[in-house]
Ligand binder design. Structure first.
Ligand code: PBG
Length: 333
């Protein structure tokens, strides 16, 4: 039957020509990964020589400051561009007062990193959820609802404390209205007009933060974050949030999570062409890749590099990822 059919014809435009060999594919590749645009999150806490692995995030640890510096040195030697610090305080209270304590782990880690790994950009997460005993991102009223008037100054105090320690950028992550403007005004008033704001402008109330809350010990004791983080069903609202943060003084913007929001990353990239855009490849997105790889169900290296490429292709300039050092190693190999 087959030889009775007419011979197939191909037009002159044959995309396969440029895929025929590895050198050609490399030559015409549209999106390239560079470790300099990766940011590695680090969880820091009290002690010395502490490396407590997080059960739901194999390869990620809660670290004492000395160990965090070593981890950052390794990442930096591989070309990773920055670190994002989260703190696990020795003591939590209703106000999250440890967040602005100059002797807490984040502040000590910033000072140590600036002294020992000066080639790395140091970014700090500014939120209260790791520091409050109820696990919410701000102060609560008697009704259990977030109180903006009290929560904003507490965020500002944390940001100023990070700036005093020497942070290059502070990253407000609570999604509380007005937090970027409050932090900008607070930094300026405290004498830190040069410290930039990497705003979590578009952060969804996502199921993919589950493992992080184990890592940072920051799950809300009751309720959830849906009154301040965005509804994952909303796309247009992301552009509105991004514009608000730019108006309030954000220097860089972040969309989070990353794989579940590739369309939103593209929208924000187009709506705000003049600000660097980051995307946070979050804990649950990391854990899924790790779990499938451990079972031998996917090729981890290929799946991770493809994932990071897709985030960059969607329009992110920077990628915050727990795979930063590992991916950098794969890229230099
Ligand atoms: C703190 C914060 C969270 C994450 C980053 N900053 C948790 C949350 O909002 O519940 C999640 C990061 C991740 O899942 O990797 N507000």
């Amino acid at each position: 039957m087959i030889d009775l059919l007419p011979p197939p014809t191909f037009g002159p435009d044959r995309p396969m020509r440029l895929r025929a060999s590895a050198p050609l594919r490399r030559l015409v590749r549209e999106t390239r990964l560079d470790p300099a645009s990766f940011v590695l999150p680090l969880f820091v806490k009290a002690g010395e020589g502490v490396r407590d692995e997080i059960a739901s995030m194999p390869g990620v640890f809660q670290l004492s400051v000395d160990e965090a510096v070593r981890e950052a040195e390794r990442a930096s030697a591989l070309g990773v561009g920055g670190v994002l610090l989260f703190g696990i305080p020795a003591h939590k209270d209703a106000e999250g007062s440890a967040a602005s304590d100059d002797s807490e782990a984040v502040q000590r880690a910033v000072r140590a990193l600036k002294a020992e790994v000066p080639e790395l950009a140091v970014i700090t997460d500014v939120c209260l959820c790791e520091y409050t005993d109820h696990g919410h991102c701000g102060w609560l009223g008697t009704d259990g609802e977030l109180e903006l008037e009290a929560s904003l100054p507490a965020h500002v105090a944390a940001a100023v404390s990070h700036a005093r320690a020497g942070a290059d950028l502070v990253a407000p992550s609570s999604m509380i209205d007005g937090v970027v403007g409050a932090v900008r005004a607070g930094l300026d008033a405290a004498g830190y007009p040069h410290v930039g704001i990497f705003s979590y402008a578009v952060k969804y109330a996502s199921a993919f933060y589950g493992p992080f809350r184990d890592a940072a010990d920051s799950a809300p004791v009751f309720g959830d974050r849906r009154t301040h983080q965005m509804d994952p069903a909303n796309r247009r609202e992301a552009v509105r949030e991004a514009a608000l943060d730019v108006a309030q003084g954000a220097d860089l913007l972040m969309v989070k999570p990353a794989v579940a929001t590739l369309d939103v990353i593209r929208d924000v990239r187009q709506a705000v062409p003049d600000r660097p855009l980051g995307a946070y490849h979050v804990s649950g997105e990391y854990a899924m890749l790790k779990a499938a790889a451990e079972r031998g169900w996917i090729d981890e290296r290929r799946a991770v590099l493809e994932t990071l490429t897709s985030i960059r292709r969607a329009g992110a300039d920077l990628v915050v990822t727990y795979y930063a050092a590992q991916a950098a190693r794969w890229l230099v190999e």
